[in-house]
Design a binder for this molecule. Structure first.
Ligand code: ZN
Length: 70
């Protein structure tokens, strides 16, 4: 199987045939205009309820809530 990319959440490979999501990241440490990309599994890995992408999204929701609560 061909490895397309590495999942930014679980750090394992995304291989051909798996669905995945690409997220555009702007790294403020650079000039803030050069986009970088994170890739995530879009389907749950075996034995798991949510995909890496969904877990990442949930973590972002939690982070956002924490900011508002501060
Ligand atoms: Zn993953």
């Amino acid at each position: 199987m061909d490895c397309i990319a590495q999942c930014a959440y679980c750090r394992s490979s995304i291989v051909s045939g798996q669905r995945w999501v690409r997220e555009k990241i702007y790294d403020s440490a650079l000039d803030g205009r050069t986009p970088d990309y994170h890739r995530y599994h879009a389907e749950p890995l075996c034995g798991q309820q949510e995909s890496c992408w969904e877990k990442h999204e949930m973590e972002r929701e939690i982070a956002r809530t924490a900011v508002y609560a501060a």
